[in-house]
Write a protein of this length. Structure first.
Length: 135
């Protein structure tokens, strides 16, 4: 249970051991993020409307794909492909409850090796990672 965020929360009711902390609070990851000199914009909006509103070279969505129906997945893919065709970019998504079946076009920009590495490092142990990238 020490290595799992969810197991600690479930059995201990709190995070007592740093081994199970999420990646973003690991000292090396946190230190690296502190070097970032750019700007981060946090947006609370309907995902599909936002993604269709302009350039989004980097997008990270948590468990969103689990909650999208098949029509919304198709729209997400359409927006993803349009964004990637417009220039270099990276989109990261995680899924837990449901894992979408991506189209062949989306699979071409999928990066399975970095996704597998992220899954191996993830202390929750419940997410499937999806990384899409064009250079």
């Amino acid at each position: 249970p020490r290595l799992s965020f969810f197991m600690q929360m479930l059995f201990l009711g709190e995070l007592k051991y740093s081994d199970g902390f999420p990646a973003e609070v690991q000292p090396d990851v946190y230190a690296e993020t502190q070097k970032f000199a750019g700007e981060i914009e946090f947006i609370q909006a309907d995902l599909l409307s936002f993604l269709g509103s302009g350039p989004a070279p980097f997008v990270s969505v948590s468990d969103i794909p689990s909650y999208l129906n098949q029509e919304q997945i198709k729209e997400f893919e359409k927006l993803l492909l349009a964004q990637m065709a417009a220039g270099p970019g990276c989109w990261v998504a995680r899924s837990f409850l449901r894992h979408p079946e991506w189209s062949a076009a989306v699979k071409k920009i999928s990066r399975p090796a970095p996704a597998a590495e992220a899954e191996a490092r993830d202390t929750t142990g419940v997410y499937k990672f999806h990384i899409f990238e064009t250079l």
